[in-house]
Design a binder for this molecule. Structure first.
Ligand SMILES: Nc1ncnc2c1ncn2[C@@H]1O[C@H](COP(=O)(O)OP(=O)(O)OP(=O)(O)O)[C@@H](O)[C@H]1O
Length: 316
């Protein structure tokens, strides 16, 4: 059978938005297939949130189109469209007089799901997001920390099991340690598996950790759309190169794997210290473990040397 390319779940074409004389989003196009995570990345004010809001019609574009599953979103009523899309807003936006459980249940109730099913789902999501329902389900939002509120926001977006989830800085306003923890929970959440996700962040490490592809914006224009590896190793222009400059080495060590460096490792003598790692292990992980040994494993030197050559080859 011939390979037919999968129909994009989201197709944005030529999206443009003006506020006054300023084009805050300028001719932005991208497509996502089912199960893909696209991260909208860029400096503050570059238009990320505006792009996200054009997907669920919280903002109407001046030009361009959005199709979801092949249907122009303008032909759908905004309320119905939004019920089918999970959405986490930047300010969390929990209803202040509703309990945690009632906040999570808002959309499933609107959709007429059975009360027992809603309760079971709420219970499951809160448990998974480290908010034991016995303790937290009855609390009001102001009785939670910022990080806990963000977890409730995430649970609410996933409660009705939407196939598409839009997330605007879902881990913003958290300190880096808590942020990394929530991100890990998020990545491992079975409820997110198979979902098509568009996530806004200005955090480069976060983008690299979560994205299948990154759309890097500056002043409303697409600077590059590609895998994290493509943006890092084959930057399309100076803006892209500069954007990753401060974290370049850390990103390179996390992005290249032992499979990349293997062709550049010496075969004689072989390096038994590396044999225990999978080929998809990031160079950073291998180095961390090898340098933690006492004495530091002799494989560190050859590994760094091979990393240097792998980097040159991958960037060529
Ligand atoms: N309703 C509005 N009226 C006028 N200008 C707006 C409006 N909404 C956004 N803007 C402007 O559009 C630009 C893009 O805003 P947007 O919120 O999309 O950026 P962002 O990349 O998400 O920024 P941040 O990371 O700071 O949230 C900004 O300059 C902002 O001031």
């Amino acid at each position: 059978m011939p390979d037919t390319p999968a129909l994009p779940v989201i197709r944005a074409r030529g999206l443009t938005k003006r506020y006054g004389p300023q084009r805050v989003v300028d001719d932005v196009s991208f497509e996502l297939t089912a199960g893909e995570t696209l991260v909208l990345l860029g400096p503050s004010g570059c238009g990320k949130t505006t792009v996200l809001k054009m997907l669920n019609r919280l903002v109407e574009p001046d030009a361009g189109t959005v199709e979801i599953n092949g249907q122009d979103v303008r032909r759908q009523r905004p309320e119905e469209l939004r019920r089918g899309l999970g959405y986490v807003i930047q300010q969390v936006g929990l209803l202040p007089h509703y309990s945690v459980a009632d906040n999570v249940a808002v959309v499933p109730r609107l959709l007429g799901h059975a009360p027992a099913a809603i309760e079971a789902r709420t219970h499951e999501l809160l448990t998974r997001l480290h908010l034991p329902p016995d303790e937290y389900a009855g609390r009001l939002p102001h009785e939670l920390s910022g990080g806990q509120q963000q977890r409730v926001g995430l649970a609410r977006a996933l409660a009705a099991d939407p196939p598409i989830v839009l997330l605007d800085e879902p881990f913003g306003a958290l300190d880096p340690v808590v942020r990394a923890g929530i991100r890990r929970d998020f990545r491992e959440l079975p409820e997110l598996r198979g979902k098509t996700v568009v996530l806004v962040t200005h955090d480069v490490a976060e983008a690299f950790e979560l994205a299948d592809r990154i759309l890097l914006l500056d002043a409303g224009r697409v600077q590059q759309l590609g895998t994290p590896r493509e943006l890092l190793l084959k930057p399309a222009n100076d803006f892209v190169r500069r954007f990753f400059a401060a974290e370049r080495l850390a990103l390179q060590l996390r992005t290249l794997t032992l499979a990349d460096v293997q062709p550049f490792l010496p075969t004689a003598p072989p390096l038994p210290a590396l044999a225990r790692f999978h080929l998809d292990t990031p160079v950073q992980t291998a180095l961390e473990q090898l340098t933690a040994a006492d004495p530091v494993a002799a494989a560190v030197g050859p590994l760094m040397h091979a990393f240097h050559h792998a980097l040159q080859a991958a960037s060529a």
